[in-house]
Write a protein of this length. Structure first.
Length: 52
């Protein structure tokens, strides 16, 4: 099972459409890329080429 990372201030914000958008801070705390094409991915994943 993957470790549950507690949500803290600055880990996400709400988009205009009502979605929770995780920030770079949260992604770095999580420690890996989920390869979902996240808006603030610090790992350089490109969903168009499916590579980091």
């Amino acid at each position: 099972m993957k470790e549950i990372i507690p949500i803290e201030d600055g880990d996400f914000y709400w988009s205009d459409e009502g979605y929770r958008v995780f920030t770079r801070q949260y992604h770095l705390k999580r420690g890996y890329c989920c390869e979902s094409g996240c808006r603030h991915c610090p790992y350089g994943y490109d969903p168009k080429t499916n590579s980091q």
